[in-house]
Design a protein around this ligand. Sequence first.
Ligand code: TXA
Ligand code: MG
Length: 340
Amino acid sequence: MHTEKLDAGCPKDIARAGEILRNGGLVGIPTETVYGLAANALDGKAVSKIFAAKGRPADNPLIVHISEFSQIYPLVETVPPVAERLAERFWPGPFTMILPKSAIIPDEVSAGLPTVAIRFPSHPAAQAVIDAAGVPLAAPSANTSGKPSPTLAEHVIADMAGKIDAVLDGGPCNVGVESTVITLASNPPRLLRPGGITPEELQSVLGEIKIDPAVLNPLEEGEKASSPGMKYKHYSPKANVILVDGDFDQYCDYVNTHKEEGVMALCYDGEEASLEVSALSYGGEKDYQQQARELFDALRELDERNAKVVYARCPKPEGVGLAVYNRLIRAAGFEVIQLG
Ligand code: TXA
Ligand code: MG
């Protein structure tokens, strides 16, 4: 299949993306978090093509994207007042709510669950494509399953060229990690995946928010995942990534005494010069937003540079850093060296 390259700044290309989606095709689209692989959410056949293109396990449900709050009503059973308050505060934006689904949501979208995840993205091109398609769009991240999520159109092309109808290039994604996911199908609401909206921000609206244990810890053998996406190895480059938890001096000592062939460092900005192996940085030590923006591109670049073992600075799990920690610890398969 030929994959068309479209430009998010060009109204004709937005219309073309909408046409492809209305006709049951797949388009890689920019959002403020990561690129999504979109299909008409109301067309089970179109949605099943997403699973084939990504190699995604069939039991992992998708997020449905809307371009106006009122579009949520036909998709869910009811909209509780708490959902309205959350939407008022965090939509449009990097925030996803799970609610009991209505009958028009195909089983392919919800992967057989009685619930559906809904997000109203803030990226103007994402909104314009949803409008042009005239239907809500189901869209997981536009990477091959298991790989780091795409934050540039080039990442989508690297994974999906020849497998999808088009990619709409909207430049780099501003947030860089996927949306915060909470479920309102349980009481109290539970954070399933940290993202651009922090637990503190959620608390300011909800009062109380439970953090699902799978956010920070691996699932126990045989344990059922609240969010099926959390049970799979994720975000992982080919290299063996290992988190190193300690201060900068301890990290340097560790890396500089482990400089075997193929070892690379994933450090904070400005630390490269002290390291005796090739190093890539993923933002400033205190700048969690920049870390989020740069992490996935850095993980892809480690592969391009043929890293075999990557010693990564362990991010601080606070604020948006919680999302960075959650992604990187999965990339590392929960392998952490404690030096502190
Ligand atoms: O920022 C984002 O959320 C991006 C952009 C494209 O919008 N999308 C994204 O989708 O990250 P995906 O499919 O890569 O991640 C969706 C996560 C998965 O972990 C999935 O298991 C979970 O949300 N999820 C979706 N529907 C669910 C449901 N009904 N119940 C529990 N978890 C659900
Ligand atoms: Mg994903």
